[in-house]
Design a protein around this ligand. Structure first.
Ligand code: GTP
Ligand code: SPV
Ligand code: MN
Length: 605
């Protein structure tokens, strides 16, 4: 196949990778439906993909990964900056020269027996001043099809690369060369100790080896749009954040734009598409995972969603919890690690109904019956807890008409949060932007299935939900937040902290969550408009009884008191833990962070 570009930089890079990886052939991708259909047909033919029931799941396919390759692997993820201190305490660092040496050995001959795909893609609307033109090279047709949905794959990107003579290079291999005559496995990947998800920030370069899953392999997402972009953004004066973006419109038609940072599997996709239970208020989705934000001509902070699809957590997605996500993945979807039923439908835990037919093939590719238990009497899950759907944003019924506006939307409200069964109240507001930065920086959460290797950690501090995604020193990253606040001045968004995940002593949720979270969002909007006062507590500003309406909800008074409680002793413990955590950043910890820490300690007494 002749190359569809004349750009020397790109041609040289592709030739260099081809020479190192020695694939059987090179295919330049064009993002067309024909290309998607052809690759899917090949994967169905080889047994890697299952074509789903066309009536029930139009144009949709299911994949099961290797049981060892089911999520991001943070222990194998590296920031290979020139200086170790530039990676900072939240990252694994290796010297870039050493890492390239190790990885070049792995890459040598790694695409033998496979096709090397060259994918031109844009993060952000093609040609937008905030968008980036990128190339991913991969030997995984599964990755190509996912990139078709998650990003904008198009030959137009090649034209822009020719014009600008620049692109962001991303190299990916599943790390499983095939000897002549060797039959491929369903989900090729390399053993854990050979997996590397490597970032070279100064070169704006990504090298990923050995995993085919999610953020390890779809390099536009966490690797580029967060790790590399956060580094670039700090140099260029903008922000790349792990945030959903939504528009919340009130009955008078006034639009509020909200960006919220929650750690992986802590509710971004759900909030982005929520069905408001507040009469007359409606949510429209702009993005569900990543926000690129830049001050606009009017001095406000404008956000775009650099992605084109949702790589959403499947389990728990139901008509009750997230009907819009369910609708988004009702067609044109790739499902990974869910149950495939006998009549080629799909199912996952907490989908809202029993598995049709009572069972099927589980995520490990074994026959499975709903309710089956293992030797210890524990229920065997049919879908992996980190099973995912890859769905087109355009198929979301509540996608915002302006979601592809290259100028972005002006952000009124920033929200931080995490999964805390105790301590953190339902909502509190920051006294100032600096206090908001403190809230973001000390956000904490209980680990989820979205990363493989967090072990038995009970609570993880996760600044801005970015711990695994800050591409440089986390202390410098916090300072960048303060600097952005200074630049935005009185046009800076208001900051809030939420926790949907409080439980009582019996493990029952105290807050109904999901659509009911709209009540909390409305309170935030009322605060922004100056419609309601707040009561001052040691940790921030909180709703005055009655302002956050509970009409129609059956929440016992005790539960509500618990949700609104600031337990001074528990908070002192959390602040002490935060102080210990922040000490990791050493002299990179901004002085303004220390000031905030001292202030909250004083307020708690
Ligand atoms: P990533 O894609 O990994 O970044 O995750 P995410 O932040 O988009 O999380 P998502 O919205 O997919 O939610 C993850 C899990 O949290 C799902 O099982 C949801 O059902 C659950 N969840 C989301 N919102 C709520 C809520 O308000 N209350 C409760 N109890 N659970 C929620
Ligand atoms: C996350 O883990 O935050 C995700 C899924 O959004 S992945 O793309 O695998 O990073
Ligand atoms: Mn995410």
């Amino acid at each position: 196949m002749s190359a569809p570009t004349t750009n020397k930089k790109l041609l040289n890079w592709v030739a260099e990778i081809e020479a190192m990886c020695t694939p059987d052939q090179v295919v330049w991708c064009d993002g067309s439906t024909e290309e998607y259909d052809r690759l899917m047909a090949e994967m169905v033919e080889s047994g890697a993909a299952i074509k789903l029931n066309e009536e029930k799941r139009p144009n949709s396919f299911a994949f099961n990964s290797d049981p060892s390759d089911v999520a991001r692997v943070e222990s194998r993820t590296y920031i290979a900056s020139l200086k170790e201190e530039d990676a900072g305490p939240t990252n694994n660092w290796i010297d870039p020269v050493e890492l390239k040496g190790i990885m070049k050995k792995l890459y040598t001959g790694c695409m033998k027996g496979r096709t090397m795909y060259v994918i031109p893609f844009s993060m952000g609307p093609i040609g937008s001043p905030i968008a980036k033109n990128c190339i991913e090279i991969t030997d995984s047709p599964y990755v190509v099809c996912n990139m078709h949905i998650m990003t904008r794959v198009s030959p137009e990107v090649l034209r822009l690369i020719e014009k600008e003579d620049s692109f962001m290079p991303c190299l990916h291999s599943v790390g499983a060369p095939l000897e002549p005559g060797q039959k491929d496995v369903r989900w090729p990947c390399a053993p854990l100790e050979d997996k590397y998800i490597a970032h070279f920030p100064e070169e704006e370069l990504i090298w990923s080896y050995g995993s085919g899953y999610g953020g390890n392999a779809l390099l536009g997402k966490k690797c580029l749009a967060l790790r590399i972009a956060s580094y670039v953004a700090s140099k260029e004066g903008w922000m790349a954040e792990h945030m959903l973006i939504l528009r919340f419109t009130n009955p008078e038609g006034k639009k509020f734009h909200i960006a919220a940072a929650f750690p992986s599997a802590c509710g971004k996709t759900n909030l982005a598409m929520l069905q408001s239970t507040v009469p007359g208020w409606k949510v429209e989705t702009i993005g569900d995972d990543i926000a690129w934000m830049k001050p606009g001509p009017d001095g406000r902070l404008y956000a775009i969603n650099p992605e084109a699809g949702f790589f959403g957590v499947a389990p728990g997605t139901s008509a009750a919890s997230n009907p819009m996500a369910l609708a988004s993945c009702s067609k044109d979807t790739i499902y990974t690690n869910v149950v495939v039923t006998d009549d080629k439908d799909i199912w996952w835990e907490d989908m809202g109904y029993d598995c049709p037919g009572g069972g099927g093939i589980d995520w490990k590719n074994n026959p499975w019956k709903q309710g089956a238990v293992d030797a210890d009497g524990n229920k065997i899950k049919g879908a992996h807890p980190n099973s995912r759907f890859t769905a087109r944003a355009a198929n979301c019924p509540v996608i915002c008409p302006d979601w592809e506006d290259p100028a972005g939307v002006p952000i009124d409200i920033l929200v931080f949060g995490g999964r805390r069964t105790n301590t953190m109240p339902l909502v509190h507001e920051a006294f100032s932007f600096d206090h908001g930065v403190y809230m973001g920086a000390t956000a904490s959460s209980e680990p989820t299935a979205a990363a493989l290797d967090l072990g038995n950690v009970k609570l993880r501090f996760d600044p801005f939900a970015m711990t695994p995604f800050i591409g440089y020193n986390g202390g410098d990253y916090m300072q960048h937040w303060f600097d952005m606040g200074d630049e935005l001045g009185d046009k800076a968004p208001r900051c809030f902290y939420v926790n949907w995940f409080r439980k009582d002593e019996n493990g029952k949720w105290l807050w109904p969550g999901f659509g009911e979270n709209s009540r909390v969002l409305k309170w935030m909007c009322d605060r922004v408009e100056g419609k309601v006062d707040a009561r001052e507590t040691a940790i921030g500003l909180m709703p005055i009884d009655g302002d956050l309406t509970l009409d129609g909800l059956d929440i016992p008074a005790n539960d509500w008191a618990e949700l609104m409680k600031v337990d001074t002793e528990l908070f002192k413990k959390t602040v002490a833990d935060a102080e210990e955590y922040l000490a990791k950043f050493g002299d990179k910890l901004p002085a303004r962070m220390t000031k905030q820490l001292e202030a909250i300690k004083a307020r708690l007494g």
